[in-house]
Design a protein. Structure first.
Length: 161
């Protein structure tokens, strides 16, 4: 059971570790929540109440996080919801950390995509990117943003020195 819990914790942070400092992968994963459950039959693990996950410079906070596994134990996807969800990671030692918020964060391991939905906002240094939905494709290193119907996305990019 201990091995299973450690595997679950690693999976929760997988999306962020693909983007973060290499040293972060060597750090212990810490998870805190008010409640947790794992249903072996469905392969669904649920963490509720003040969920906080960290590993090195990586941090995720949510009201609830749900992790889905295939029958063979392979990680499929994770959803985190909150008012709002918050995340922070350091992509490179020479760049400022990226922080973000949204009502929901979805990570799909099979497509390699991270979606922040509902009042999505990313900030790095003085640069800011916001919209109703921001999607990041890890494999292609492509970011896409959308606004709600009738709303526009917004970028603020500071001049480079």
């Amino acid at each position: 059971m201990r091995h299973l819990l450690l595997s679950l914790l690693w999976v929760v942070m997988f999306a962020a570790t693909a983007l973060a400092l290499p040293e972060d992968r060597q750090q212990p994963i810490r998870l805190q929540a008010d409640r947790a459950s794992f249903e072996q039959r469905t392969g669904i693990s649920v963490y509720e109440g003040n969920v906080e996950v960290s590993q090195g410079t990586l941090y995720l906070a949510a009201d609830r996080a749900t992790v889905h596994f295939a029958e063979d134990g392979q990680f499929l996807r994770m959803e985190a919801v909150g008012s709002p969800t918050r995340f922070r990671y350091q992509p490179d030692v020479n760049r400022p950390p990226i922080t973000g918020t949204g009502e929901r964060i979805d990570y799909n391991a099979q497509t390699g995509t991270v979606r922040v939905i509902g009042k999505a906002r990313f900030v790095q240094g003085g640069d800011e990117f916001s919209g109703d939905r921001i999607e990041y494709d890890l494999g292609r290193d492509v970011v896409e943003a959308r606004g709600r119907e009738g709303e526009r996305i917004q970028f603020t990019i500071q001049p480079r020195q």
